[in-house]
Ligand binder design. Sequence first.
Ligand code: GLC
Length: 740
Amino acid sequence: MTEEQLSSLLNDMTTKEKINQMIQLYGSFYEKGTSVVTGPISDTIGAMKLSEDEISQIGSALSVVGAKETKEMQRHYLEKQPHKIPLLFMADIINGYRTIIPIPIAQACSFNPEMVQNSAAMVAKESAVAGVHVTFSPVADLARDPRWGRVMETAGEDPYLNCVMTEAVVKGYQGENLLGKGSIAACIKHFAGYGAPVAGREYNNVELSERTLNEFYLPGYAAGIKAGAALVMTSFNTLDHIPSTGNQKLMKEILRQKMKFEGVLISDWNAIGEMIAFDFAEDEKEAAELAMKAGVDIDMMSSCYASSLEELIKEGIISNEELDESVIRILRLKNDLGLFENPYKDADEELEEKIILCDDHRILAKEAAKETFVLLKNEGILPLDENNSETIYIGPYVNATNTNGNWAIFGQEEDTVTLRKGILNVTGNPSIPFYEGCSMLNPDEYILDLNRRKSIGLSAEENARLIETAVSAAKTAKTVVLALGEHHGHSGEAGSRAIPELPDIQKKLFNSIYEVNQNIIVVLYSGRPLIITEIAKKAKAILQVWFPGTEGGNAVAEVLYGRTAPSGKLCMSFPYAVGQIPVFYNEHGVGRPQSGEHEERFYSCYLDIPNEPLYPFGYGLSYTEFSYGEGRLDKQSMKKGEKITASITVENIGQYEGKEIVQLYIHDCKASTVRPVKELKGFQKIALNPGEKRVVSFAITEEMLRFYTKNMLYASEPGEFEVMLGTDSTVTRKMIFRLN
Ligand code: GLC
């Protein structure tokens, strides 16, 4: 439809019809609908004051998927729709629809935006044939606190990497345009600052200075919007003690005016209704007014708009113009997706059969997973020799199929390649022994995951037996691979943990094995950086694999046996102890920096642990070794509009081919505000064969030096800057240039 036709349609709609377009319910509200429930079914929602007729007229459905299901619901819906305005189908496709790819924090550790974009494009194809129009992804929340369970959905602690990854995912989902076959609309979330809840506790308030918000937390959302994301979702938290969903400054000044976002703003699940619980809205009517004044176009899973918007309009509290502004954005989104011409878009039962979980998608998922693993430690014990039959495998993740992460709500565990299967595929050796060792959860502990599936730890007696059997086998083995990790339900939404460590039963297994065999390789599954300091002292090798998805077993096996060298680097620091949290590389300078050169008391440090994390941002080992030459700058000063080229020679001086992520960091030596000790401003992932060397260059521009000055102007300031090129954020060799 043309813009004029959309305007004419809008003018022809009744107020009630317009309001119905602004409501989103999950599938179970429909007589034929079924859907995963991804939020609390509160009393308000349970008693939703909507008639069957109104439910049949709402504008979008949440978590309804499947070509057959969506086509049937659309057909049924359009029969009753007076203006034949199609229903939008939205769902949380976070890391895959049926072919599950690694969780987002893992993808970010690949430092490979091309791979991330291609993976997102594959995910979009599977989602589109299943009738999905919009995915609530990517999460652009910056994350510095691993106590918060949703770090698994983010790109970690660095704003630049967050921008690169958010842009890649949006482009992967949306392709050239939303009309394209296999394209789905992206929704940037959660706006804004949701990743910084006080004490790492889910849904808690956020305390950020305006400068920190602008310099660290907003760039990721802005990058997604600049990449063309069609929707933005409000966040559950407050900013400056104002709930985002009713925060006019955040949504009107920053999102709409400063970031120039013109797409659809959707609330998070019942976030409008929850302004009452915040004691920020008296009732549904005031909550609806506050959300409308903030420009929230779609009310997801609350009854505020349905129960109160018509009255607010009659009373003139909300104008018809404000109503139309929201509805036209929703109609434009449906039009951009081509739904007026084809309400079923790409939904196609035959294609579903053909492409979902096809070999090409599985191969893509496996190759992607291998790029996300981070080798944290290796005392010459990896890679394993495929012919060495003296390696045994122990641990709750040896046979686990729940390696998709907590948001893979449409993935099926039976599709998963387990570690055991992967080892068999690589070695072809059916006699390699595998032992469960202990349960994933502590004895009798239970967890409900996002699909509300309940997992329970085995009893203490059963665990004792499992450990005894494993220890007995470990006594005679040459090498033990211990597949350990947190349960997938321990991260993701509502997954905050005050003690983000392995379960005690798994620590017990590790220590019991260590007593009889010190050749231990730990393969670690988690949705967050765990506190693994004690294990790191004892294990000979640690491979962090996050939640690698459907092809995880094959990917882990191929890396363990050296078919592919690990190449990931940490996008988020691993704390030395929970007391360090939040610990991140791009911290600001202090007045009494720890020098470490002399015995002194009065400097910024802890009395009981180091300041540094166990493993820092940007860190990750390979099976080979890379040597860095001296960095060079092609000139020592520049003016605005000019650039400086920083270069360094990197050589593979080891025995294996490998990929290295060369990182560029910059430090502003003096400014009108205290600046971070260093900031990532670029990276390049290069593949080098043994003996091969390459000059890696980066262009440094004045734009890269901009920050929020003391007057909150986004600008650079003349002065000296230090440039560091290296293998991770601990790089210290500096070169200096001057911005005039
Ligand atoms: C959840 C999440 C959000 C998700 C939405 C719909 O509460 O916060 O990320 O997209 O509800 O499931």
